[in-house]
Design a protein around this ligand. Structure first.
Ligand code: ADP
Length: 651
């Protein structure tokens, strides 16, 4: 635009520029390109403008450009604002609805450029407008569809649907997720999704594994226990899908979780039902099996001409079959009592090697009959544990019995007892049929038998190992099974806590060992003391102190067990934890009071609460004493001593 501006300038542009400009833009159809004068009146008009806005040049030239605006921006003074800004800054860009001549709207992209003379005087504006209605509509349609989809996902109640960022942090949350997992959106956004997994799954590295699988395969489906906000568990079916953008950059993961707890429960019930039916069939078989040989033996015993050797064999056979049946029935009774929580232990300080020795001697005959070599190794030092002799012998007996049963004639069985300061270990190892790796984790479950094809004269009821596990755990111990595989022998390892040395005084106030020995030897009349506490260690420790003080102790880990034990044990004194789960100590105390055998039993509350109010409550509930945990052994001994004459006198 070389034309110098002169004082004659009434039009916005020098005439030559206008002409030039007109030539260039006149034919352009896709853009409305036109000039405004400095006040906003239309000064030129091209084909595109006519097509876009519907005005012919003669209709619009000299009209103010605010004609193109719908009422709402007009009211805001938008056209004036646009020109003012363009005049000040040189340019103005905008998008918005504009009007055509026929009143219809289109979505316009607008650029306004201020035109100035070399001296800087404002001459007018160049306005370029594009119709972006189609793009706008497509964007709007997409936005609406996204919004509908978002609402759909958010509203879904039965599925937790949410997104994780590439590192596994939660970035979206729907109503189903809120309902299923218990977290509100604001509580969970930004938290890592591993929060939904129980500890054992976390340890196994499950969350990271799932994301890796989703990355590798696009998608992963998994089932397992998950944890709600309140700590409750549910059985979840989970599908995780990796989300990539067009350039294949990972954007994150979608996670869809369903609660299948009900289905899982039904499956578990069906499985239990199946196991129960199978158990009944095995039980019927096992109980009938010994009858045939016993009947035969009876026949021989009644036969007139049988010689002494035949009679002897018949008697031995009968005894063996009866013992086998008795063992089965004992196991069944124990199992029923354990399952109903009616299982009391008579715990005392004992030398574990004598327990092992007895169990081995009981098994020896069996092994000899099968020509199995039984080796035993015991430590030189006694290994003290606090436990129930009969029950520990029973547990080891079951392991030895299995070792003999599942080892071919001529095989070997090893029993080894070792101990550290804290732990005693008994290993029962055999050279027998071994256990498949996949069976090992289930072997202690009730009714599980690793090899159903075994001759039924070998197998039992599938409850022996379950009993062993429960008995050992009631002693604060643990039992594990190991086997290199089928045909390669098995090893069962029992670990038990070692009892504290009885010679070591428990506290400075405790009477010295010599005095205690005398007390036990000449001792006061022995008390029968029932210790009730759901904390196994606390109960056992109290019982140990009672025992050391020369009294008889029984332990119950539940209120119902205490009530079941009390009528036979007839305790003089009950050390009763108040905060028991289920039936609390006060309820147990009341129930004991109502029974003829325990109506006069002395009740001592043992609790974590020592406020005056708590003591008053104990007193009102008929407790003679209120001891606060942890109970000082010296205090307990004093209480026992004080109560001895009156209590023990009542027999
Ligand atoms: P059962 O009455 O069948 O012996 P248990 O509960 O004692 O029941 O044992 C469960 C299963 O564990 C057995 O059926 C057997 O398959 C397997 N098992 C136990 N002990 C051994 C062992 N020493 N060697 C090989 N398998 C064993």
């Amino acid at each position: 635009m070389s034309n110098p501006s002169g004082p004659e300038d009434a039009s916005p542009l020098p005439p030559a520029a206008e002409e030039h400009f007109g030539e260039i833009v006149a034919g352009i159809e896709d853009y409305a390109i036109f000039l405004l004068d400095a006040r906003g009146y239309v000064a030129s008009w091209n084909a595109g403008a006519e097509r876009l806005k519907g005005y012919k040049a003669e209709d619009i030239l000299g009209k103010h450009f605010s004609l193109f605006y719908p009422p709402e921006p007009l009211e805001r003074g938008w056209p004036e604002y646009e020109l003012k800004t363009a005049a000040q800054t040189g340019h103005f860009n905008d998008e918005g609805w504009r009007l055509r001549k026929d009143g219809s709207r289109f979505w316009a992209n607008v650029t306004i450029t201020a035109l100035k003379s070399p001296t800087g005087a404002l001459r007018g504006f160049l306005k370029i407008t594009r119709d972006l209605t189609e793009r706008k509509q497509a964007e709007e349609a997409l936005r609406q569809s996204e919004e509908r989809f978002r609402m759909l996902v958010e509203g879904v109640q039965d599925y937790a649907i949410f997104m994780l960022d590439p590192e596994g942090y939660v970035i979206s949350w729907n109503r189903g997720a809120e309902r299923l997992k218990g977290y509100q959106r604001h509580e969970i956004l930004g938290k890592h999704f591993s929060i939904f997994y129980p500890p054992e799954t976390l340890e196994a590295g499950k969350p990271a594994w799932e994301l890796r699988q989703a990355l590798e395969h696009g998608c992963v489906e998994d089932e397992g226990w998950r944890v709600r906000k309140d700590g409750g568990r549910f059985w979840a079916n989970v599908v995780i899908t990796a989300i990539h953008d067009k350039e294949h950059v990972l954007q994150g993961f979608t996670k869809v979780t369903r609660d299948l707890t009900e289905r899982r429960k039904i499956e578990m019930l069906e499985e239990m039902d199946r196991q129960k039916n199978e158990f009944l069939a095995v039980l019927a078989h096992e109980l009938r099996n010994p009858l045939a040989p016993i009947r035969n033996a009876m026949h021989i015993l009644e036969a007139p001409g049988a010689d002494a050797a035949t009679l002897g064999r018949a008697r031995v056979m009968t005894r063996r079959q009866i013992e086998h049946m008795a063992r089965l029935l004992d196991d069944l009774v124990d199992l029923a009592r354990l399952n109903r929580g009616r299982f009391g232990l008579r715990k005392e300080q004992l030398d574990l090697e004598t327990v092992v020795d007895h169990a081995v001697e009981a098994a020896r005959l069996d092994c000899e009959e099968r020509q199995q070599q039984l080796s035993v190794s015991l430590p030189a030092q006694p290994v003290r544990v606090f436990g129930d002799r009969t029950r520990l012998e029973q547990a080891l007996g079951n392991l030895l019995n299995n070792a003999a049963k599942y080892t071919n004639p001529g095989g070997r069985i090893w029993v080894r007892l070792t101990s550290t300061e804290a732990e005693a270990t008994v290993r029962v190892q055999d050279s027998g049929i071994g256990i498949e790796p996949m069976m090992l984790p289930r072997i202690f479950n009730l009714f599980v038998q690793a090899d159903r094809r075994l001759d039924r004269s070998v197998g039992g009821l599938g409850i022996g190992l379950s009993l062993v596990k429960q008995l050992i755990e009631l002693h604060g111990g643990k039992v594990d099974a190991f086997s290199p595989g089928r045909g390669k022998g098995s090893e069962f390892v029992v670990r038990l806590p070692v009892a504290p040395n009885p010679q070591t005084p428990q506290t400075p106030e405790a009477p010295d060992a010599a005095a205690e020995q005398t007390a036990r030897a000449s001792g006061p009349a022995q008390l029968r003391v029932l210790v009730v506490d759901d904390n196994v260690d606390a109960a056992d420790a109290l019982a140990a102190v009672v025992h050391l003080a020369g009294h008889a102790a029984q332990v119950a880990y539940e209120g119902s067990t205490a009530l079941a034990l009390a009528p036979q044990f007839k305790p003089h004194l009950v050390l009763l934890d108040i905060g028991l789960p289920g039936m609390d100590g006060h309820a147990v105390g009341r129930a004991l009071r109502q029974r003829p055998e325990t109506k006069d039993t002395v009740l001592v509350a043992v609790t974590g609460w020592g406020q005056a109010e708590d003591r008053r409550k104990s007193q009102e509930a008929g407790f003679a004493r209120h001891l606060v945990k942890p109970v000082d052994p010296a205090v307990l001994k004093t209480v026992l001593a004080e109560l001895t004459p009156s209590a023990a006198g009542e027999g």
